[in-house]
Ligand binder design. Structure first.
Ligand SMILES: Cc1cc2nc3c(=O)[nH]c(=O)nc-3n(C[C@H](O)[C@H](O)[C@H](O)COP(=O)(O)OP(=O)(O)OC[C@H]3O[C@@H](n4cnc5c(N)ncnc54)[C@H](O)[C@@H]3O)c2cc1C
Length: 392
């Protein structure tokens, strides 16, 4: 990829809504992405590999547990800082942001919120530093949008729990040291269990041939009579509401992340439109190209406002799950549309790895599906405003 010349659009002077700490955190993440992610990410996406050498850097910019208290190794930041870090990382690549989101909101968050004090002390500092990497197992081959139907289960064997089942589409699975796994007990109640690599009967085969999120490792989790120590059950919360709370936190991060991908596509297309000459003029001088750019910056600005407000509500513990659904759905859809238009603006160059747009576009095809599909989030909004459930 050519030199990363990214300049963040801020059409409505939204920096004025940020505190000095927000800007410091964001700028540090932005500089780190330019320095450590942009130069290598295309190569890793092409070879379908997660660049493990950036794990330490991710930990240093606070991407692992941004809002987890400092006493557990987290960065102790607020929700807006968390969002800004996700925005900057996804500006580099959605796959890298996925790794950070899973680590923070789907592994550290449940251990922090639902774990015992021993579990917090044992795992959180190592997850914050990147010494341990984690994954989150909810989706199963036959239960995606409807995770409550899961069949993965554990039985109480006196000294330990015996875990059986399989999870699919699990980010970070191939290299994770621990997995937070959601499974049903003998009464059919969902609980979270911490499963460690090396436990007998636990394997994590990688999923190959993805056209999307190629720089993020995805795999299965297979449990074949795994003996899980009793102290590895998360004691603080059970039922489907527990994993859904984790997803709220991750989806909120995705809403910010998608803005990052959209900003990168817009910025790339804007610069290209000023440099590329056709019919003796820069293509940016043609109305059809200006329409695309004008609509892009309008949609980015709307998403920035929506998401900043959501961050403020989350800081006050007032954001609802349905509000998070709206932001996730809106922003990922917005980013995907911008990526498609930006790709067209670059003509043939738009399909190459010389520019980041096609990679963003393909990545966003996963982001629009995982953590609740585009349609599922629409149903959540529909149910919220009507009070009527259209899922079943
Ligand atoms: C790259 C990647 C990484 C992922 N990482 C993780 C992870 O780390 N951990 C994890 O647990 N999961 C992960 N997932 C799984 C992801 O969350 C699921 O793919 C997603 O929830 C959708 O489930 P599904 O693929 O089974 O689709 P399905 O649920 O089979 O849905 C298929 C289609 O049917 C539609 N649909 C379903 N139900 C309804 C309904 N009631 N009304 C209308 N339409 C409906 C959906 O919107 C979709 O369009 C990942 C997925 C991908 C692609």
């Amino acid at each position: 990829m050519p030199q990363d010349l990214f300049q963040a659009p801020d059409y409505y002077l939204l920096d004025e809504l940020l505190t000095e700490e927000h800007k410091l955190v964001r700028d540090a993440a932005r500089e780190w992405v330019k320095r450590e992610v942009s130069p290598i990410i295309e190569e890793y996406a092409q070879k379908a590999e997660f660049p493990t050498q950036i794990i330490n850097g991710l930990a240093e910019i606070g991407a692992f547990g941004p809002y987890i208290p400092v006493e557990y190794g987290g960065a102790g930041l607020d929700q807006v800082s968390y969002g800004l870090i996700m925005q900057e990382i996804e500006r580099g690549d959605s796959g890298v942001r996925s790794t950070a989101s899973v680590q923070s909101s789907l592994v550290m968050y449940p251990i922090w919120k639902f774990g015992s004090e021993d579990q917090r002390q044992k795992y959180l500092p190592k997850l914050a530093s990147g010494e341990y990497m984690g994954c989150f197992g909810l989706t199963e081959p036959d239960f995606g949008s409807n995770p409550g139907g899961m069949v993965t289960n554990f039985k109480d064997k006196g000294d330990y729990y015996l875990l059986n089942g399989a999870k699919m589409w699990i980010s970070n699975a191939p290299f994770a040291d621990i997995a937070v796994v959601w499974a049903k007990n003998e009464e059919g109640r969902i609980h979270g269990l911490i499963v460690e690599r090396g436990m007998e009967g636990f394997s994590t085969p990688e999923t190959h041939n993805k056209w999307s999120l190629r720089a993020s490792a995805t795999g299965e989790l297979i449990f074949d009579n795994v003996k899980v120590p009793k102290e590895n059950l998360l004691p603080g919360k059970s039922g489907l509401g527990a994993p859904l709370l984790c997803l709220d936190s991750a989806r909120y991060g995705i809403a910010w992340g998608a803005i990052g991908a959209a900003m990168d596509c817009y910025d790339t297309a804007l610069r290209y439109s000023q440099e590329r000459i056709q019919f003796d003029k820069p293509i940016g001088a043609f109305q059809l190209q200006q329409k695309k750019l004008a609509e892009m910056i309008t949609e980015i600005t709307k998403a920035q406002l929506l998401t900043w407000r959501l961050g403020v509500l989350r800081n006050d513990n007032r954001a609802t799950s349905a509000q998070i659904s709206m932001a996730k759905r809106n922003n990922v859809d917005m980013a995907l549309k911008i990526a498609r238009d930006a790709r067209q603006m670059l003509g043939g160059m738009g399909i190459t790895g010389e520019y980041p747009i096609m990679r963003h576009m393909m990545n966003l095809e996963s982001v629009v599906t995982y953590e609740g599909t585009h349609d599922i989030h629409l149903l959540i909004t529909g149910m919220d405003v009507t009070g009527l459930n259209a899922f079943k």
